[in-house]
Design a protein around this ligand. Sequence first.
Ligand code: NAP
Length: 252
Amino acid sequence: MTFTYDAEKNFLDNKTILITGASDGIGKACAKAYAAYGATVVLLGRNQQKLETVFDEIDGLHPGKVVIHPLDFKTASMADFKILAESLNEQFECLDGLIHNAALLGARTPIEFYPEQDWADLMQVNVNAVFQLTQSLIPALNRSESAQILFISSSVGRVGRAFWGAYAVSKFALEGLMQTLAEELENTTSIRVNSLNPGGTRTNMRRDAYPAENPETQPTAESLMPVYLYLMSSDAQGIHGQALNVRDFEAV
Ligand code: NAP
C-alpha cells in the first residue's frame, strides 16, 4: 500500500532545510518536495553544474527559495564545513532540517580484496563528512524551535550483507552516530534525530548496484516523498532516535 501524507499547503514556510547530495536521485526529489511545501532549501553536492540545474528547476517554481553550496565531501575539510556554517548563519536565523543523503556506493568486493584507498574515500564521504557537517551545524539546528536531523541509511546498514563492503559498514556507522547523537540531544535540545532507509529506489546508485535489474521494477524517488515530508512535519514530533524504513510506512 502506498503511504500518503496530506501535508498542509506551505507547512514548511519559514523553514530552512539543508539536503546533501541534492544534485540527483533521492536528494534532488527531496529538495523539490520540501521547496514545493514552502521550505527554503540549501542544496549541497559535488557537481556545481548539476546543482545549478536543480537550482534553476526549483527557483523557476519557487523564486528565492533555493541556495546552492558546492562541496566535494571527498576532499572537504573541517574548515570548509565551518565556512558553510558561517555562510548559513549570515543568511538564515536557524536551520530546521538536515538531511544527510549524499553517499558513495563504492566497490562491491569481498572485504579480503577491498581496495584500501576506496575504503578510505568512502568512509570520508559517507561517515567523516557527515560527522563534520553535523558538528558544524548543531548550533544552527539548536536555534530552531523544532529541528530534525535525518541520516539516510540502508538495509545493509542494519544487517550486514556479503560484498557490500565499505558502503554497508559506513551505513552501520551512521546508525551508531544517529543513536549516540539522539541520546545526547534528547534532554537538552528539541532536535529530533532519526535514520531512514529509503529501500530500493530507481536512481543511479541502484542502477550501479544492480546493473542487470529492470529499473522500472523500483519505485521512483518522487514516490517516497510523502514519508520524507511527514518526517519534517509536526505530526512526526514524537519520532526520535529511531531507525525507520520507508517501506514500513507503506505497509501500514
Ligand atoms: P545517487 O542518485 O547516486 O545520488 C547520490 C547523491 O550524493 C548525488 O547527489 C551525488 O552527487 C552525491 N554525492 C556523491 N558523492 C559525493 C561527494 N563526494 N560529495 C558530495 N556529494 C556527493 O543515490 P541515491 O540512490 O539517490 O541515494 C541517496 C541516499 O539513499 C544515499 O544515502 C543512499 O545510500 C541511500 N539509499 C539508496 C537506495 C537506492 O536504492 N537508491 C537504497 C538504500 C539507500 P552527483 O550527482 O555528483 O553524483
